[in-house]
Design a protein around this ligand. Structure first.
Ligand code: NAD
Length: 496
């Protein structure tokens, strides 16, 4: 059985910890490897490597840095199918979806290739007589990226291409559930010519995370995961004086107005509700059916969802298994609870016949109608293939539900009324909004991030927010010619 360990100083590092955890193929239930769980000493070794590499990488020319980034982009593009297969084997999502994940990550690498333009400063001549001012942005130092299981390649790539391009060094702590993609990407960086120590990977759990949050060598932390852990990471990291962005969980609503194209809305609800088995932070988990639209919309959604082939992601299926047996059981418990509380089970994924091994962690697409807002299936983030339909009377009722939800990651409106759409994007308290688009994940050159309990900190990922997060500004005031300043003058300098 393979051991999946760390990457430090440009090579594999076994670490000194005896602790490990099993890694499972969710489509077969078979344990395929053991991931090392770093102890504090192992994390410090990785931080030392990132610290040692920082001065030279900080001073590497932008031309040199972008050459490495372009090479990484080329290698990733050439070999993206291999990374997609690795994701499917440990996460379970179907191959086409895994390839989509890699492609969205690749777009951030392409964005980061433009770093010379992105970190250009400003210059003001003669701010005072013969006094010039200029501003520059400089890297922070070693930074940590802590990522969740559901996007083992894309989420780390929301951060590390920009961090590295800006001159920082990185310690990545991936999810212990699917740890191999991080090592694969580390090897690719090495092949692309990234100097040793600029990109490191430590595998681990809370022990590793806590050391990254406490160690003064780490200057900033980019975290993505569930809301309770995001809040904890934000509080502990900032208490230690670090810059932290911590992206949390979600409960994304899709508002369908009576004038919407219901076929389009039904397609969108199914794609966004059941893609990646609902294990996406931008998945739609609640459809708000406004007015009389409910019955027809639910029929159309159910017809489509019933055609979804659940099974092993390598077998040309539509939807893979859930990530672990425990998670599958937990999601099924929410369906039980919704049914007991009075929701109508329109499509039942419990007992699905999957195209895969009998021990895979299967749960088919499930639709619950007439869901009440007090039911746990509505109040909690479920993170599985369960779509709840809540009936509301008006646009205002739907908007009020979305705005009172503690999460604010993504949302969508389906309508043919431009005025209603305009009102919605203006009034809704959510960070990413779709208009007839169910999963409005921003492109690399915009920033990704939610509001409220979906993000702690004030910087979203990538785009200009990402560039700002991984750099700090400096303003320089200089005088070269005619350095006379009139002799001694103890008053506060005034511009002349
Ligand atoms: P998780 O919070 O369990 O784990 C995320 C990371 O935190 C992992 O690296 C894990 O090892 C670490 N961790 C877990 N428990 C910890 C603890 N007690 N102390 C310190 N570190 C700990 O999340 P997950 O189950 O891997 O991922 C799913 C969650 O991530 C969902 O809630 C989903 O909405 C969220 N997510 C959010 C976004 C976003 O952009 N907002 C994107 C992807 C996923």
């Amino acid at each position: 059985m393979q051991t999946i360990a760390h990457w430090v100083d440009g090579k594999g590092f076994a670490g000194t910890s005896a602790a490990s955890a099993p890694v499972t193929n969710p489509a077969t239930g078979v344990v395929t490897g053991q991931v090392a769980l770093a102890n504090v000493a192992d994390v410090r070794t990785a931080i030392d490597s990132a610290t040692a590499a920082f001065p030279a990488w900080r001073d590497a020319s932008l031309a040199r840095r972008t050459q490495v980034l372009f090479r990484f982009r080329e290698l990733l593009n050439e070999r993206k199918e291999a990374l997609a297969r690795l994701i499917t084997a440990e996460h379970g999502k179907v191959l086409s979806d895994a390839l989509g994940e890699v492609t969205r990550g690749l777009e951030i690498v392409e964005f980061a290739c433009g770093i010379p333009h992105l970190i250009k400063g400003g210059y003001t001549e003669n701010a005072s007589t013969k006094v010039d001012i200029f501003s520059i942005r400089q890297p922070l130092g070693p930074v940590a990226v802590i990522s969740p299981f559901n996007f083992p390649a894309m989420v780390p790539m929301w951060f590390f291409p920009v961090a590295i391009a800006a001159g920082n060094t990185v310690v990545l702590k991936p999810s212990e559930k699917d740890p191999s993609s991080a090592l694969w990407m580390a090897e690719l960086w090495h092949e692309a010519g990234l100097p040793t120590g600029v990109f490191n990977v430590v595998q681990g759990d809370k022990v590793a995370v806590d050391e990254l949050l406490d160690n003064p060598g780490i200057k900033a932390v980019s975290f993505v995961g569930s809301t309770p852990i995001a809040k904890y990471v934000y509080q502990r990291g900032t208490a230690n004086g670090k810059r932290v962005q911590a992206l949390g969980g979600a409960k994304n609503h899709m508002l369908v107005l009576p004038d919407a194209d219901l076929d389009l809305a039904a397609d969108a609800a199914v794609n966004a509700g059941f893609g990646s088995a609902g294990e996406r932070c931008m998945a739609i988990s609640v459809v708000l059916a406004v007015g009389t639209v409910g019955d027809e919309l639910v029929t159309k959604i159910a017809e489509r969802a019933a055609t979804i082939k659940t099974g092993d992601g390598t077998r040309n299926t539509d939807m893979g298994p859930l990530v672990t047996r425990e998670h599958r059981d937990r999601v099924a418990t929410y369906i039980d609870a919704g049914e007991s509380a009075g929701a109508t089970v329109v499509l039942d994924g419990r007992g699905v016949e999957a195209d895969g091994e009998v021990n895979g962690f299967w749960l088919g697409p499930t639709i619950l109608d007439h869901v009440g807002t007090e039911m746990s299936v509505y109040t909690d983030e479920i993170f599985g293939p369960v779509l709840s339909v809540v009936r509301v009377d008006t646009y205002d009722d739907g908007l009020a539900l979305i705005n009172s939800n503690p999460y604010g990651n993504g949302t969508a409106i389906f309508t043919n009324d431009g005025g209603a759409a305009r009102r919605f994007h203006n009034e809704v308290e959510v960070g990413m909004v779709g208009i007839n688009v169910p999963i409005p994940v921003p492109m690399a050159y915009y920033s990704f991030g939610g509001w409220k309990n979906s993000l702690f900190g004030d910087s979203h990922a990538h785009g200009t927010d990402g560039v700002h997060f991984f750099t700090r500004g400096k303003a320089v005031t200089s005088r070269w010619l005619d350095p006379s300043h009139g002799g001694l003058e103890l008053g506060f300098p005034q511009n002349k």
